[in-house]
Ligand binder design. Structure first.
Ligand SMILES: Nc1ncnc2c1ncn2[C@@H]1O[C@H](COP(=O)(O)OP(=O)(O)OP(=O)(O)O)[C@@H](O)[C@H]1O
Ligand SMILES: [Mg+2]
Length: 454
């Protein structure tokens, strides 16, 4: 719908003269125009034809304009409706607008008036479609499965996932807590040729060693007290698919040997069993600390490290993905806006605080913050008051942008500057006072005044 020629209009009126007149005028403006003499016929035409706009008379026998409006809103909410009301019946005009009509026009009207209303409706519709297609583009570009990110770092991660997914190579995922390691592991699996096979995930830190072994490798009957039946392990269950070992840095030396064997021989033996089974699995592992460091310290086997370290995907801390913070915040806003609890936007000041926060809990922390703000706030907009204290009293100090923006008062600037210097001196007040160029007593007074704790 880029010009009038492509715009399609349906005129609905029981009065023939009116239908013909409107048709003539609108066709002169190069619109495609069709007419219907009653509501039922109109709805049938709507089903068959992609109209952009419907102009309907409110007063018609059988099905009136209001009923046509209601029916169209249900099946084709994208159609803009203009209702023609009788002179003096302001009530029906109000009702039409309430029910979602785009506009109304009072009979009798000049033909130039209806042209203006139609042009306006079309312009708005075009604009909305443009925004919608832009949004879609953003969604496609900044999203990989459920992973959101437009930062350069995340775009590189998407690219890497796409490339490694095709192969069966072992993947090692690095990232602090809450950076999305599990999400990435899932994306790799579901974009790989193994997507229809099982994918199992084991948190190695959460399970004691002996249990972990039987969990992964299974056991035969009588292998240990309580092993009343032979049980398959997760490696067997996941045969043909993917196994994700989370927090691999935490497995014991003896377990490391067993995992090394799996990677080298591609076979497993159940606890207490004699037989070995060939398995075909893709292994992925995650760690929140450098395994290379762990190798250096002697906590992790070098040979296992090399087997795992075929392809590495590193997820940066959220604070190093500034471009993603608001995008993610809006993503979670939509995710947690349901039913009564909904917020449509995030205020500019709240957004600024989100950008300044350090996010030690990374994306998970941001997700929790937004969920909480929606649950507790009762506004359409998430504002500063809906954010937790630690984010509101952001200690990172003003950024270049804040200093340039007019919203920051000298007081706020002073407060965050003092907090920043104190952080730098690790709470050492004499040194902080010296850097700030004030005496110690003045510093104490300001700490008190601004409620800064150190
Ligand atoms: N880029 C992202 N886009 C959307 N949601 C994300 C993103 N990264 C993380 N999340 C969400 O944040 C939460 C934490 O992610 P995930 O469990 O993958 O992190 P993790 O690195 O495995 O954390 P941990 O080390 O604590 O296990 C999940 O709810 C996940 O859906
Ligand atoms: Mg995890």
């Amino acid at each position: 719908m880029s010009n009038n020629e492509n715009a399609q209009i349906l005129v609905v009126d029981d009065e023939e003269r009116m239908r013909n007149l409107l048709k003539k005028v609108l066709m002169r403006q190069n619109f495609y125009v069709d007419t219907a003499s009653n509501g039922i016929a109109a709805l049938r035409k709507v089903e068959e034809h992609p109209f952009d706009i419907i102009i309907a008379d409110v007063r018609m026998p059988e099905m009136n304009g209001m009923e046509v409006l209601a029916a169209v809103k249900k099946t084709r909410p994208d159609i803009y409706m203009i209702i023609m009301t009788a002179f003096g019946s302001i009530d029906s005009a109000v009702e039409a607008m309430k029910k979602g009509a785009y506009d109304y026009i009072t009979k009798p009207f000049k033909m130039s008036e209806i042209s203006v209303v139609v042009e306006k409706a079309l312009e708005e519709k075009r604009l909305r479609e443009e925004v919608e297609s832009l949004r879609k583009e953003v969604r496609i570009k900044y999203k990989f499965d459920n992973i959101i990110g437009k930062s350069k770092a995340m775009q590189e991660v998407f690219d890497l996932i796409r490339r490694v997914a095709r192969s069966s190579s072992t993947v090692l995922i690095y990232g602090k807590s809450g950076t999305g390691k599990e999400l990435v592991a899932k994306a790799v699996h579901f974009n790989s040729p193994r997507r229809d096979k099982p994918s199992v995930s084991v948190n190695c830190a959460a399970i004691p060693d002996t249990l972990l072994e039987s969990e992964l490798f299974g056991h035969v009957r009588g292998a240990f007290t309580g092993a009343i039946a032979t049980k398959k392990g997760l490696f067997e269950e996941a045969n043909g698919g993917t196994v994700f070992l989370d927090e691999i840095g935490n497995v014991s030396p003896s377990m490391q040997v067993k995992l090394l064997r799996v990677l080298q021989e591609r076979e497993i033996r159940r606890v207490g069993g004699a037989e070995t089974f060939k398995i075909d699995i893709r292994l992925m592992a995650a760690s929140n600390e450098s395994l290379e460091e762990a190798v250096k310290r002697g906590d992790f086997r070098e040979d296992l490290f090399y087997r795992l370290n075929v392809i590495t995907i590193t997820l940066p801390d959220l604070k190093d993905r500034q471009d993603d913070i608001l995008l993610l915040a809006n993503h979670f806003l939509i995710k947690y806006s349901q039913g009564e609890r909904r917020a449509k936007s995030i205020s500019r000041e709240a957004g600024n605080l989100l950008l300044k926060h350090d996010w030690p809990g990374n994306v998970r922390e941001l997700e929790n913050v937004i969920e909480r703000a929606i649950a507790l706030g009762d506004h359409e907009e998430i504002s500063v008051e809906d954010l937790p204290d630690n984010i509101r009293n952001a200690g990172r100090g003003p950024t270049q942008n804040d200093i340039l923006s007019e919203d920051v008062t000298i007081k706020e600037l002073e407060k965050s500057y003092i907090a920043k210097i104190l952080k730098k001196t690790r709470g050492h007040k004499i040194r902080a006072a010296r850097i700030l160029g004030i005496d110690r007593r003045t510093l104490y007074r300001k700490l008190d005044k601004y409620n800064i704790e150190y």
